[in-house]
Design a protein around this ligand. Sequence first.
Ligand SMILES: *Cc1c(COP(=O)(O)O)cnc(C)c1O
Length: 375
Amino acid sequence: MDPRADVVRFVDVQAQIRTLQPAIGDAIQEVIERGDFILGQAVTAFEGEWARYCGVKHAVGVDSGLSAIELALRAARIGEGDEVITQANTFIATVGAVMAVGARPVLVDCDEHGEVDVAAVERAITKRTRAILPVHLYGLIGDIDGVLELAGQAGLRVIEDACQAHGAVYRGRRAGSFGWAAAFSFYPAKNLGAFGDAGMLVTEDDDLAETVRMLRNYGSKVKYQHVAAPLNHRLDTIQAAVLRVKLPHLDSWNDRRQYLADAYREHLSGGPVGLPESTQEGRHVYHLFVVQAPERDAMRAALTAQGIETGVHYPIPLHAQPVLRSLGYPVGTFPNAERIAAHSLSLPMYPELPLSHLGRVAQAITGRGTRRQAA
Ligand SMILES: *Cc1c(COP(=O)(O)O)cnc(C)c1O
């Protein structure tokens, strides 16, 4: 017997791959037969499909989510001496992109739910600010209207970090369709995941799309003529071929995540953990289902002991990361981000998560029997 059969997995990318065979294998085989491994047919096709999915004009395939943010910043000519504002409770890649272009990441606290705090962003604007980088963390689009209004008044670019929000909807529009640019990651465990690293920049702006196509490919539009920084950030054709097979399933996978989130809410209400805010239809695609636990580390250890995998996103807020200490934000600067880092616990969440597993997680947290067992 599989020794892990009893384990409640945090995420199981294999489960999804199994359901899509042999289509994925066939798609990879086609690329092998065509031999167009670099910027091949599947890249162009997937770019078109992803742009249509997001409801934007252009999508440019790149090698990671970080690269998508970095190339947007480069295209905006943001660099040394410039400031870019983002929130202290995000993955390191968000600020990594800002650092990669030599600009200064300016951090602000999130609101009490971990979403963008527009007032905090406004207070952080200086003469040097060039862009705002809101993060749709965990799959939830925060107050993007507020961000857009502020950016419009202050003359700033908005670059959405949509790396956790594939398909999230706000006012009938999809993540990625709000900012001047938006970045997606197709890291394997994301809501839409490749078989390795992959990413995408989306935009309505013709010039931006053209510039990023040039920047991702050694700064060249014409072969062997290099007019910008010679970098390689291309999306692999094989990754694009895999993503093309998966994309038609993304909406139903996100529906399933929302269904599972509702099931968690039902089982966990009145229990010892704080639940994520319930949002209007579609706004949250639950890349992660994150609860707030008073004694997070003890609860996590107890779950582990019962064969339940969990995650923490993220245990150290950015300003406390060793690599960012030089930014000069002492501990205590961002109370919401610090509280969230100390108490967040990410529960198992992936579309194929069996309901029986979800029930086990809920029971382990609340100490109650689930309804199913009571019946
Ligand atoms: C995954 C992720 C990224 C970037 O991911 P890559 O590993 O560079 O593809 C950026 N921001 C957030 C919030 C992410 O979750």
